[in-house]
Design a protein around this ligand. Structure first.
Ligand code: PLP
Length: 410
């Protein structure tokens, strides 16, 4: 990864930056695999494209251009379209049970940009991030250029060791609702315990919440931001939680509209960092997002996709029980997009299995990319939202063939 390509006549060119030596291209790979017609991809974290509300987005785009005219086509304010910031502030105030204003909202290019900006503003090389483990690969990728160290997050016992780790850390990172990659829902008591610990240690807490709308069995827990609202319901928000939201999983990922909620000073600092990332993100998609949210699209669209995703999850779990149960175990996730399958036999190496799976024309994401150290090869992440039930069945059959091939060739 560290040497740029040169042709025979070229002198060697300067090396790529050192952090790339520790990078991986798994996201690029599974985006590319998703486009290969003969491969069943259970890899990406993508919604079902056949449910994208194309007509509604066309209508919202027309209305947005009518409403904003050329203002929707400008660079625009770095913090984002003011009317959408205000809309998001009202929505979060309702969700969190305390008052937020537009000053607490930064509109981002998906939640991913929020993660990137947090790395930019908080982490210098060698500094510590305490993270829920396994951790979202995009966050690890986003922070890699900052060259952080990682320690696993201890959710709740407030032990001296856990508090000491938080004290040393720049921030804690968590996805309490239907985590990527495990689909796990963190109990409210553990969320509260973590909040108590970060309040005590003064650490920032990044709460990344893209899967909130995808609730299949029961409800998601109160966000940690809302738990903080119960502790400090009044006055300008000054809490340690930096909360990230997005329209990617509930409406469409291609609009690239997300938001960061934080105390006003952090929002201003992230906006400063954002200037050098993209000058300003698209006013056009933010204006379209505003139309969609004002039209109440989520009230009709989200229940439709949730019903279908619940069914697909059940199809995956039932099919995996038939085809893969001998080698893998998992817990049925109560929401989100993924089943986290752990090898029963410690000798199954899911990095190697991934190669065998590609030869059987099926893809998953190997667990090692969710391990900050890149070492854990005992699990795989399998997506159930993108593919139809029939394709999911076929994917499980191919995965079983891949396991047999892998075990025979090992
Ligand atoms: C936990 C988590 N955070 C952030 C993101 C990024 O989402 P967005 O499309 O909003 O950038 C994802 C997408 O898969 C995710 O799973």
């Amino acid at each position: 990864m560290n040497q740029p390509a040169t042709s025979a006549s070229d002198r060697p060119r300067p090396a790529y930056s050192a952090w790339l030596g520790t990078s991986n291209s798994i996201t690029q790979q599974f985006m590319a695999i998703g486009g290969m017609k003969d491969v069943v991809s259970l890899a990406g974290g993508l919604p079902a494209a056949e449910f994208y509300p194309v007509a509604e987005i066309a209508e919202a785009s027309r209305k947005a251009l009518e409403r904003w005219g050329s203002a929707a086509l400008e660079y625009g304010p770095i913090e984002g379209l003011p009317a959408l910031r205000e809309h998001i502030a009202r929505r979060i105030s309702l969700q969190a049970g305390r008052q937020f204003t537009a000053a607490n909202v930064l509109l981002t290019v998906g939640a991913m940009q929020g993660l990137d900006l947090i790395g930019k503003v908080l982490v210098d090389p060698g500094e510590l991030i305490v993270t829920q483990t396994p951790a979202y690969v995009g966050a690890l990728d986003g922070w890699r250029p900052r060259q952080p160290r990682y320690e696993p997050l201890d959710w709740g016992n407030g032990s001296p060791e856990a508090l000491a780790a938080l004290r040393r850390a720049k921030f804690a990172y968590a996805v309490p609702n239907y985590s990527n990659p495990t689909g796990a829902l963190v109990p409210t008591a553990a969320r509260q315990a973590l909040l108590d610990s970060v309040m005590e240690t003064g650490t920032w807490l990044v709460e990344d919440d893209p899967y909130l709308p995808l609730q299949f069995d029961g409800e998601a827990g109160p966000s940690i931001l809302a738990l903080h609202g119960r502790m400090e319901p009044d006055g300008p928000y000054a809490g340690p939680v930096i909360y990230l939201g997005t329209l990617s999983k509930s409406i469409v990922p291609g609009m690239r509209v997300g938001w960061a909620i934080a105390e006003a000073g952090m929002i201003q600092t992230m906006a400063l960092a954002k200037q050098s990332s993209d000058i300003a993100s698209s006013m056009l998609t933010q204006a379209v997002a505003l139309e969609l949210l004002e039209s109440g699209i989520e009230e009709t669209h989200v229940p439709r996709i949730v019903a279908e995703y619940r069914h697909r999850r059940d199809v995956l779990c039932a099919s995996a029980a038939r085809h893969l149960g001998e080698w893998f175990e998992w817990e049925t996730p109560p929401g989100g997009m993924f089943v986290w399958m752990k090898a029963r036999d410690g000798a199954i190496d899911t990095d190697a299995l991934y190669q065998a799976a590609l030869r059987e024309k099926v893809a998953f994401v190997p667990g090692s990319v969710f391990d900050p150290a890149g070492l854990d090869r005992t699990a795989m992440r399998v997506n159930f939202t993108r593919s139809s039930p029939e394709i999911i069945e076929e994917g499980c059959r191919r995965l079983a063939a891949a396991v047999r091939r892998y075990l025979a060739e090992r």
